[in-house]
Design a protein. Structure first.
Length: 285
């Protein structure tokens, strides 16, 4: 059994799997790559995680996630910056352990408004300042910082960077080692998406492409409104052609936050992801 050569299973899709389980399931399903999350890495420690990744024979497409650095100056903000520096080091180590073609890409989610704040402009500025501060450290480690814009419904609590254009504005001011994430769940609605994907491609800033569908009605927790490609409203052929035409040729992660998916046996999820990818995404590559 072999999945599409560019398909990567983002570990969030099998949320409850340990790192070892996720690597085993991904490899057994014929994938070539996996997107790793920091929490399962922390569960076993970085040294053991590096050993597991090296033994798996898989590429590492990204490490999720850093960011959450919109706090006002003070101890909380400093803790966030220190944690992001650790995330950069983890990204470099895991990518080095992965199979050839691994990409040292750290996904950054800006974070939402600080508790009690309504200053969206200030929060966005502090996120930009944090990326600028981290960029030289990432460059020295050979790691790309990938800013992930989030759908505007998450601006208050998760991601004050809401559009691909905003993410690119930050990236372009912070140096060549800073890129963006094109995630279908977050950008499918944006009337400027074609122009902004082309802009990102022209400057070589598409660090990763993540795919999943937008399903309705939205669940009580809107974060879990993601589905397998083909289950919802996203035009994957259109978006994939945009990203391909913009020059992106790396791994493509399927990242699904969905309770029903999380409750499904991991091998079944991996198989369903591969079939959905082949039907909805691969024809546009």
């Amino acid at each position: 059994m072999s999945a599409h050569p560019r398909l990567s299973l983002n570990q969030a899709t099998i949320k409850y799997a340990s790192l070892a389980e996720a690597l085993d399931v991904t490899a057994a399903a014929g994938y070539g790559a996996i997107g790793v999350w920091r929490e399962p890495v922390a569960d076993v420690g970085l040294d053991r995680a590096v050993e597991l990744v090296a033994a798996s024979g898989l590429r590492v497409s990204t490490l999720c996630r850093g960011g959450f650095f919109t706090a006002e100056p003070g101890p909380e903000r400093q803790r966030a910056l220190d944690d992001n520096r650790r995330a950069v080091e983890e990204t470099a180590a895991l990518a080095a352990a992965g199979a050839p073609g691994s990409r040292p890409v750290l996904v950054l989610v800006a974070g939402g408004l600080p508790q009690g704040s309504r200053d969206l402009v200030g929060a966005r500025l502090r996120a930009q300042e944090a990326v600028a501060e981290l960029a030289p450290f990432a460059a020295e480690a050979g790691v790309t910082l990938a800013i992930e814009p989030m759908n505007p419904i998450y601006a208050a609590d998760r991601g004050v960077v809401s559009t691909l254009g905003q993410a690119l504005d930050v990236a372009e001011q912070c140096g060549p080692e800073v890129g963006v994430v094109v995630d279908t769940f977050h950008v499918w609605w944006d009337p400027q998406v074609a122009a902004e994907v082309a802009r990102a491609g022209a400057s070589g800033r598409i660090a990763t492409y993540q795919v999943c569908d937008w399903i309705t009605p939205l669940p009580a927790d809107s974060l879990l409104a993601r589905g397998y490609p083909g289950d919802g409203h996203v035009d994957f052929a259109h978006l994939t052609r945009l990203v391909t035409d913009a020059g992106y040729d790396g791994d493509i992660e399927v990242e699904i936050f969905n309770q029903q998916v999380w409750d499904t046996p991991y091998p079944e999820v991996a198989d369903r992801v591969a079939r959905a990818f082949d039907a909805e995404v691969a024809p546009a590559l």
